[in-house]
Design a protein around this ligand. Structure first.
Ligand code: TPP
Ligand code: MG
Length: 423
């Protein structure tokens, strides 16, 4: 048995506390990030065993090169119309984010979250999935709803918690929910959507259905227990689910190192579970599309789950409640080596002769007008804080199919008290 004396020559134990490389005032330099050329990563057959392509969890699937060409085996070979639809959804999402961010600053709503710089992640995936595949998103995948054609006026009604809010004022702004559009209710409790997506996928398989599920969480959220139990269930039962980890480098003011990024990649989490893992250039919409299409084919043919890490960058604040200049270098967004996803797809379409600067500028104008007109429409139904938009008693509804007696009693008591107070 070792004694205190035997250990006398050992150094005192110490913990490693991760520290981000750049703080406010520092010059951001990402030149050490390894960015392999587009087109060089192999594309395994979708029937290959997950154990046969571990290296893909440490690489970076890229399709768009620096000259705007789509190259290599992952090029999904979309036609020009599909690429233009992709570009339009991304530009519409950005225009929507701009407008709603401003609406919060104008006091029309309490809260908003942008997805600026990460549009390719949600839109590339939404285009590759079938329209009736079930999505379990985090709060930064508004691009899925926009791609699926959910009315943006409805999104705004939800943000304003107004008379026409489909969720009747019961959810935080931006926490949308639409069964019809295969968009599971967003939860503020990080990573809860992961086990839910697995459960849904297992139910789909148990019923002999053909629909798969896909879920998204941030890199910070992978530290949650829910993330790990979801992966365990999914690998055991080969659930038809796609796990997306959106590594945008930041979890509010905590850099990715606090979720484990200093030690390995997030895609490599898949390896320990025996799940297929892919690391993808998240600012390359065609690469996101191709990876999702590949993972969907695996899921649909009972090859089991895939975990895709989307390597990207959160170009703006976490939310309207955040001020990133307080904790990170202002130079980071511009120094980010993978560029802007909209600009990259636009340059590709121009390079292949299917788009031009004038059309792009005209589209930006048209989308700004569309968002403005939608906002006017939504504001006719009221904005947050301007009076009661939903009847008081409705707060007791919508949880149980029939309201239990004790809630009915409380509901009546509330109405009586209001009446007595002259409200
Ligand atoms: C269980 C839980 N813990 C903490 C929070 C507070 N919180 C909200 S967002 C967030 C950061 C999440 O970062 P990440 O997962 O990287 O996603 P991102 O915001 O970058 O898209 C935190 C800590 C929460 N909402 N739920
Ligand atoms: Mg993050």
């Amino acid at each position: 048995m070792s004694s205190e004396r035997d250990r006398a020559n050992l150094p005192p134990l110490a913990l490693h506390v991760p520290e981000p490389r750049f703080r406010p005032g520092d010059e951001a330099d990402f030149s050490d990030i390894v960015v392999p050329p587009a087109g060089v990563t192999r594309r395994p057959d979708t029937a290959d065993a997950a154990s046969s392509f571990h290296e893909l969890a440490y690489g970076l699937v890229r399709v768009l090169d620096d000259e705007g060409n789509a190259v290599g085996p992952w090029d999904p070979r979309l036609d020009a119309d599909a690429k233009r639809r992709m570009l339009r959804s991304m530009a519409l999402t950005r225009a929507f984010d701009e407008r709603m961010f401003r609406a919060q600053r104008q006091g029309k709503t309490s809260f908003y979250m942008k997805s600026t710089g990460e549009e390719a992640v949600s839109i590339g995936a939404a285009m590759a999935l079938a329209g009736d595949d079930m999505c379990f998103p985090s709060y930064r995948q508004q691009g899925i709803l926009i791609t699926r054609g959910y009315p943006i006026v409805q999104m705004m009604n939800q943000i304003y918690s107004n008379r026409a809010d489909p969720l009747e004022g019961r959810q935080l702004p931006i926490m949308y929910s639409s069964k019809e559009f295969g968009f599971f209710s967003i939860s503020g409790n990080l990573a809860t959507q992961y086990p839910q997506a697995v459960g849904w996928a297992m139910a789909s398989a148990a019923k002999g259905d053909t629909r798969i599920s896909a879920t998204w969480c941030g890199e910070g959220s992978t530290a949650e227990g829910d993330f790990h139990s979801a992966l365990t269930f999914a690998t055991v039962y080969k659930a038809p689910v796609i796990f997306n980890v959106v590594n945008n480098q930041w979890a509010i003011s905590s850099f990715s190192g606090f979720a484990g990024a200093e030690a390995t990649t997030f895609a490599a989490r898949a390896i320990g579970y025996g799940i297929a893992g892919l690391r993808v250039d998240g600012n390359d919409a065609l690469a996101v599309y191709a990876a999702t299409e590949w993972a969907a084919e695996r899921a649909r043919t009972n090859q089991g789950p895939t975990l895709i890490e989307h390597f990207t960058y959160r170009a703006e604040g976490h939310s309207t409640s955040d001020d990133p200049t307080a904790y990170r270098s202002a130079g980071e967004p511009n120094a980010w080596p993978l560029g802007d996803p909209i600009r990259r797809l636009k340059e590709h379409l121009i390079a292949i002769g299917e788009w031009d600067e004038a059309r792009h500028a005209a589209q930006d104008l048209e989308l700004a007008e569309l968002v403005k007109a939608s906002q006017k429409e939504a504001e006719k139904n009221g904005i947050l804080g301007h009076g009661m938009h939903q009847p008081f008693e409705s707060m007791f509804e919508g949880v149980f199919e029939t309201i239990p007696w004790h809630l009915k009693e409380q509901q009546q008591q509330m109405l009586d008290e209001q009446k007595a107070a002259g409200l």
